[in-house]
Design a binder for this molecule. Sequence first.
Ligand SMILES: Cc1cc2nc3c(=O)[nH]c(=O)nc-3n(C[C@H](O)[C@H](O)[C@H](O)COP(=O)(O)OP(=O)(O)OC[C@H]3O[C@@H](n4cnc5c(N)ncnc54)[C@H](O)[C@@H]3O)c2cc1C
Length: 459
Amino acid sequence: MIVIGSGPSGRRAAVQAAKLGKSVLVVEKGRRVGGVSVHTGTIPSKTLRETVLNLSGWRERGFYGRAYRVKQDIGADDLIVRLRKTLDHEVEVLEHQFNRNAVKTANGEARFVGPHEIEVVAENGETRIFHAAHVLIACGTRPFRPDYVPFDGTSVFDSDEIIELPQLPRSLAVIGAGVIGVEYATIFSALDVSVTLIEPRDSFLDFIDKELIDEFMHELRDRNMRLRFGAAVTSIEAKEGGGVTTTLADGRVVASEMLLFAAGRVGATDRLNLGAVGIATDHRGRIVVDPKTLQTSAPHIYAAGDVIGFPSLASTSMEQGRLAACHAFGLAPPPPPEFFPYGIYSVPEISTVGMTEEEVRKREIPYECGIARFRETSRGHIMGLNTGMMKMIFSTRSRRLLGVHIVGEGATELIHIGQAVLNLKGTIDYFIENTFNYPTLAEAYKIAGLDAWNRMARG
Ligand SMILES: Cc1cc2nc3c(=O)[nH]c(=O)nc-3n(C[C@H](O)[C@H](O)[C@H](O)COP(=O)(O)OP(=O)(O)OC[C@H]3O[C@@H](n4cnc5c(N)ncnc54)[C@H](O)[C@@H]3O)c2cc1C
C-alpha cells in the first residue's frame, strides 16, 4: 500500500497495514512526518493553549483575581520554546512507530501517473516511481486563502502561520468563528490580548447545544472579547506602518494590530493529478468516498482524513485510516460506535457527544435535561472555578442518555464517561446509582443526573 500523507489517517492506515504483514510506503512532502496535525494544527494549537494557560496563570485567576499572572512579560519566544519541544517529541514517537512496524517512508510530493503508479518528486527534483496494489489518499487540507486577504506573515496570518508569530499583538481580529477561529480567539484573549471575533453569519458553532453556546458567549463577553457577527467582510487593509483595518458590510470597522484569517480549509488535492485515475473533487478540493469502506470511485484507491470532509478531526481521521487499511486487505472490522465526541479546545473548553436539545426536539423524543454547575462540586471549590457547566439529556420514555454537553475546565476529558454510557445504551440510573471519586469534576455527572431525575420522577 502507498499512503500519501503522514497525518493521523495516513499514519494509522500505514501501521494497520504493516501489522497485517503488508509492505507499506508513506510519502510525505513535508520535511518531517506527522502531517497538519503535528506541525500546524492539532498539536501546535493545543500546546500553545497549554503554555498560555500555564504562563498566564489562567486557572488560578478564580482565586487571585483577573490581574494574576505567573509570568509578567509573556513573549512569542515563550510560546515557541514549548511548541518546538512538543513537536520534536511527537515526531520522534511517530518515526519510532514507523521503524518498529517496518513502515517505509519517502520524502517528496506524490502524484498519480497511473492507477497503481505514484510518482514522488523530492525537494531536489529527483523523481521516483512506486507501484502498489492499493493507495490511500491522506493528503489533508491547507488553509483557504482568498485573494482579497492581504496575507503577509507579519500582520495578516492564516491558521498555519499563526503558531510562529514574530511577536505577540496587543490586539487581534479573528475572521471565522469555526472551531479553529474560536480556539485561537479565546487562547489569545486568555493572554489579555484584545480580541475581536468576526463571523458573517448570525450564529456560530451551530452543531453545539444552544444553551452551552449561550453560556460560552456570556463568558467571552464577560472578559471583554468583542463579537462582530452577522456581517460579511468587505475589505481587509494592512497598513504601511503596521496595523490592519477590517471593514464589514454593515459599515462597522475593526482596527487591530494583527489579523488571523481562519475561515475554512481546502483539500490538498490539486497537485495529485487525480484526473489520471478518474477521481473528482468538489469546490473545496475534497473527495467523496463510500463512508463504510473509505473507497473512492476507483475501488483500489481509498481516501481518509480531512480530505473527505466532515468531521475533520484528528481523532476520527485515525479511525478512518485504520478502516481503509482493513478493508483494502480483506478484514471487516465492526462498524464504529454510533457516537463520537467533539472537543473544542477554546478557553473555556467545550465538549459534546450525542444529541443536542435542538435535535431531540426536532425528533419529537420526550426528554428531560439535568444541569450541573462546576461551582456546585467540591473539586470546583478547590480549583476556584466560578464557571463551567454540564448538561445531560435523557429520554423520559426509555430513561436512556441521549446527549452530554460540557463547557468548562476538563470538558474534553470528562466527556468520555458520557460517551461510554451513551454508546453502551445506558440510562439515567447509571448516574444515580454509581459512586464517583470525590472530590472530582466527574461528580457533575451525578449532580446533573439527579437534577434530571428529580424532574422526571415528578413528571
Ligand atoms: C488549527 C487546527 C487545530 C486543530 N485541532 C484539532 C483538535 O484539537 N482535535 C482534533 O481531533 N482535530 C483537530 N484539528 C484537525 C486535525 O488536525 C485534522 O483532522 C487532521 O490533521 C487530519 O488528518 P489527515 O490524516 O487528513 O492528515 P493531515 O494532518 O492533514 O496531514 C496531511 C499530510 O499530507 C501531506 N501531503 C499533502 N499532499 C501531499 C502530496 N501530494 N505528497 C505527499 N504528501 C502530501 C501534507 O504535507 C501533510 O503532512 C485541528 C486542525 C487545525 C488546522
